[in-house]
Design a protein around this ligand. Structure first.
Ligand code: ADP
Ligand code: ZN
Length: 632
């Protein structure tokens, strides 16, 4: 999932701000006293001691103030008392002023000792101004830290207290994204059309008295285009798009989240109609029961969110869209009528959807004539929009690396492997015997698949290790999209998955760690068949497990009695064992074919499904009364 899709960061480099703060401190400390003197001595003029003495002698002085270090005085000549200028001179050390004071006394000049000036201005500075500067510096720093921890961005909203931070909200006046940019997802788009219409013309709805839902929840796996859809809604309706991530709300200071929610809604209603998009809403909206652990801050934020949703008047045209891939953990309160009561499923794309997505992302890319996007779409079953976008970009980069002017099919296929299975690592460090085992293992999978009628044809077998850790893999390409699978098909899938280990056992009599992932997947499938699909005679049609998270990984938890769970385990094991035995039996029968293909693969390292089928068909034709042989 692309993490850094938030690109509204204009918060300025924090380093620059830090330097600024440091500079202020420096200036304040070094020049502080001078600054104060300058400030406090406006309308003053320093004169020499001579001048002062002359003024005394000539009886020009109106009044004077004498301190330990300075003498300041005003002249009689200045008419306006208030504006009269203050002259001052520094006292000469160890000079007696008796004579001067006597003269002043004689002339009737008012004079007095100044309050002891031990640098009261610098005192003021060090006791009030300095802490003040320090305080503001600290606030600024704090703000930078909170900004960083969230990863979002959006410019300082002025120093207004930590809680008032609006920095996380990311606003786009015009997203520029339209439904044309979102491939497939027709059902989701259909549900959103009404919201767009509402944003266009709220009055049409309020006139009838219709209340539109305040919010809709976009549910789907990461990378399926939820953010994209929300942006497209804003783009289609030409309204501003506010976005924030649920995890941004959960801050280190209690109360920050709640105040962010408040700010967000305030900002949005100022420019309504508008869209507020909350990504990863499960970060704040997760159920408040103790199963997931409590968190005061999150609860406060959630309560504030609920209050805002209830409080704002939807007729002014603020619509909230939220995204999650874990709808089942959301707090029930969020899903109540009048809140996120509309749920829009954003599914993994099907064949057509993938094809459309590839079309969208290759719009601005020069494609060579041999490019067949339909085929690529077929090969990428299970990939989400983000994967496909990534794939196309990788292909373009590869074409540039190769010094070509257009992307060809080869680029796309290689990038597919980069994106899906990591980069190819030639010059492998596998020993010869390891390579042999991997080769047999992979052909084991492929052969079982090929010999079974309902199985998907193999598109490619390779023993070139990938950075993802797989030593080799067998890629199966479905001819058409399938939504229903029969028990027979699932059993063949189990046999195919266990075919790798079966080959190891049949040929070398060994069991390697390479089969771990196969076993994992086979077990998951078998468990589903027994506990969810009702495909075990012994258990029958009773569901023993509930899918806990349909959209992320499909993990299920058991909800049945312990003894039933034991039975289910037995059934799963029996099913797996039976499939394993079948696979072994098949490979023993086809041992010659297995050897032939495995050695061929060992030599070529990568073979296609066509290569494989040539071997299989040749073998079938040799059979005297082979069931697989077909006469034409
Ligand atoms: P999500 O929010 O569901 O995790 P995003 O909306 O952030 O996914 O999608 C990430 C990127 O994947 C998008 O910016 C876009 O390039 C691509 N993408 C995902 N789904 C689609 C789609 N249906 N059509 C076109 N591009 C898509
Ligand atoms: Zn395997």
């Amino acid at each position: 999932m692309p993490n850094n899709k938030r690109n509204g960061n204009n918060g300025g480099p924090p380093v620059a701000t830090l330097v600024l703060i440091a500079a202020i401190f420096f200036i304040a400390i070094v020049f502080g006293n001078r600054l104060m003197n300058l400030l406090f001595s406006a309308g003053q003029e320093e004169v020499t001691y001579n001048t002062f003495l002359t003024a005394v002698a000539e009886n020009k002085i109106k009044d004077a103030e004498i301190s330990d270090t300075q003498i300041s005085y005003r002249l009689r000549t200045e008419e306006n008392e208030k504006r009269s200028k203050l002259y001052y001179t520094n006292r000469l050390p160890d000079v007696d002023l008796t004579e001067v004071t006597q003269t002043l006394q004689k002339n009737g000049v008012e004079f007095s000792a100044a309050p002891v000036d031990d640098g009261s201005s610098s005192m003021l500075f060090s006791w009030i101004i300095l802490p003040l500067i320090f305080f503001f510096g600290l606030m600024l720093l704090m703000r930078i830290i909170t900004n960083r921890s969230g990863g979002g961005g959006g410019g300082f909203g002025g120093i207004g207290g930590i809680g008032k931070s609006r920095a996380k909200v990311y606003m786009e006046k015009e997203t520029g994204v339209t439904f044309r940019d979102v491939a497939g997802q027709d059902e989701a788009k259909e549900s959103l059309v009404e919201i767009i219409d509402f944003l266009h013309n709220p009055k049409k709805y309020t006139a009838i008295g219709a209340k539109l839902p305040k919010g809709a929840l976009l549910v789907g796996s990461p990378g399926t285009g939820k953010t994209l859809l929300a942006k497209a809604v804003a783009g289609e309706a030409h309204v501003p798009f506010f976005s924030i991530s649920g995890s941004d709300f959960v801050e280190m200071f209690v109360g920050v989240g709640a105040s962010r929610v408040r700010d967000l809604f305030k900002e949005a209603s100022k420019v309504a109609p508008a869209i507020i998009f909350i990504d990863e809403i499960d970060a704040i909206g997760r159920s408040r029961d103790s199963r997931f652990g409590g968190n005061d801050e999150r609860e406060q934020t959630l309560n504030q969110l609920l209050a805002e949703i209830d409080g704002f008047d939807s007729s002014n045209g603020v619509v909230i869209l939220a995204a999650t891939n874990r709808p089942e953990i959301l707090d029930k309160a969020l899903l109540r009528a009048g809140r996120f009561d509309r749920r829009i499923i954003v599914d993994r794309p099907n064949l057509e959807g993938r094809y459309q997505t590839l079309l969208v992302h290759t719009r601005n890319i020069h494609l060579a004539e041999d490019v067949d996007l339909k085929k690529l779409a077929q090969a990428t079953a299970g990939a989400v929009g983000a994967d496909l976008a990534n794939l196309v970009n990788e292909a373009a980069l590869r074409a540039v690396r190769m010094g070509r002017r257009a992307v060809n099919q080869q680029d796309l296929l290689v990038s597919f492997e980069t994106v899906i299975a990591g980069t190819e690592k030639k010059g492998t460090v596998l020993t010869d015997i390891e390579k042999r085992i991997v080769s047999y293992h992979e052909v084991g999978h492929a052969l079982v698949a090929a010999m079974k009628k309902h199985s998907q044809p193999v598109s490619k077998i390779t023993i070139v290790p990938h950075t993802s850790g797989a030593l080799g893999y067998t890629m199966q390409m479905p001819e058409e999209e399938k939504f229903l699978n029969s028990k027979e098909e699932l059993i063949i899938e189990l046999q195919t998955l266990l075919g790798g280990r079966a080959a190891e056992q049949v040929v070398f009599g060994i069991q390697t760690t390479g089969a771990a992932n196969d076993i994992q997947r086979a077990t998951e499938l078998a468990r589903k068949m027994v506990t969810q699909y009702g495909m075990s005679e012994k258990i029958g049609l009773m569901a023993l497990a509930t899918a806990q998270n349909e959209y992320l990984d499909g993990k299920a938890y058991m909800d049945c009695a312990q003894t039933t769970a034991d039975d289910a385990d037995h059934e799963v094991r029996a099913l797996l064992n039976a499939c394993y035995e079948d696979a072994k039996k098949l490979l023993r029968e086809k041992r010659e074919l297995l050897d032939e293909i495995a050695l061929y693969l060992l030599e070529k390292e990568t073979i296609t499904g066509d290569d494989l089928m040539k071997f299989v068909n040749a073998d079938a034709n040799c059979l005297p009364a082979g069931e697989e042989a077909t006469e034409e």
